[in-house]
Design a protein around this ligand. Structure first.
Ligand code: 3PG
Length: 305
């Protein structure tokens, strides 16, 4: 079988090597497409592929149309909003993700971004400390829990909202349960977003929630830019000179926000939460193992469709 690893944002060499070893040890061939300019190159590369590993690369109906042999696509990572799941199903392609494999990297970055903003983007201006501040975690899944636990070690007070967890489960994972998004935003000095981009979450964080945050609050987004209502964000920042926004997923209007609000807003040039050698290895090797298992035993653990 031909396993295509297609990553516009390439994995670390150690991850590519590890994927190759797993794929070849199982008798398959690895094809590699990195830093490709657009969908046309991906469409050409998938023509012979039996399996596909991607990161945030978009797997659209058009890509699937161009992949007549494709049987499985694995998103090496957590969020799968880049996979057209109904189209995968219509094409008879099994879609999977690798949940949890890159969570630590994202959680560490969320903490790093909080410190970066608290310490005035490492300028000599007087900053503030995280100790004693209240951190709200929106969705207490793999990443959210790690953020909560690491922040607790820094002396922050953790509260979390997660509609899929009971109060007992949230408490057992070290946070105070909060029961509404309004309560979460209104009570959090730092708010770390870990919700997926779904029809019901896209644009769900806007003016009302952001402007309800306490004085001096910072909103931290290492999830997806789409969950933010950018107009609402801009309006809240305009009206509240004490609020800050930091992200590893730059808003579309980032240039305007920087121009207007300067260092109260910061976004990394590329989505980089999961961009560590360790996370690349964890997610990449998990994806390769899932593909080998699928071909060898029909295992469909982590199937999404
Ligand atoms: C994820 O959903 O796993 C993260 O956002 C990482 O995405 P990336 O593989 O594009 O870095």
């Amino acid at each position: 079988m031909i396993v295509l690893l297609a990553t516009q944002k390439p994995f670390a060499p150690a991850a590519v090597q590890g994927i190759r070893e797993i794929v070849e040890a199982a008798g398959h061939t690895l094809a590699l497409l990195e830093k490709y300019p657009g969908e046309d190159e991906l469409k050409a590369a998938v023509a012979d592929a039996d399996a596909l590993i991607v990161r945030s690369d978009k797997v659209t109906a058009a890509v699937l149309d161009a992949a007549p042999k494709l049987k499985i696509v694995v998103r090496a990572g957590a969020g799968f909003d880049n996979l057209d799941l109904p189209a995968c199903t219509a094409h008879g392609v099994v879609a999977m993700n690798t949940p949890g494999q890159n969570s630590n990297a994202v959680a560490e970055l969320a903490l790093g971004l909080m410190i970066y903003m608290a310490r005035t983007q490492f300028t000599p201006a007087t900053g503030s400390e995280l100790l004693g501040k209240r951190l709200g975690v929106q969705a207490y899944g793999n990443v959210g829990r790690l953020v909560g636990q690491k922040a607790a070690a820094l002396g922050m007070k953790i509260c979390a909202l997660d509609p899929f967890l009971s109060d007992e489960q949230i408490q057992a994972a070290g946070a105070e349960p909060v029961h509404s998004v309004e309560e979460l935003y209104a009570s959090s000095d730092y708010l770390s977003i870990h919700i997926p981009a779904l029809p019901e979450t896209i644009g769900s964080i806007g003016y009302k929630l952001i402007s309800s945050m306490p004085k001096g609050a910072t909103l931290v987004n290492t999830a997806r830019k789409e969950v933010i209502d950018e107009q609402g964000l801009a309006q809240a920042l305009e009206e509240r000179a004490d609020l800050k926004y930091v992200a590893d997923v730059a808003p579309d209007c980032y240039g305007q926000l920087r121009e207007k609000f300067g260092e109260r807003v910061f976004a990394t040039p590329k989505k980089m939460g999961a961009q560590t050698a360790e996370a690349n290895v964890n997610a990449g090797l998990a994806a390769a193992r899932q593909i080998v298992g699928f071909f060898e035993t029909g295992c469909t653990k982590f199937k999404l469709n």
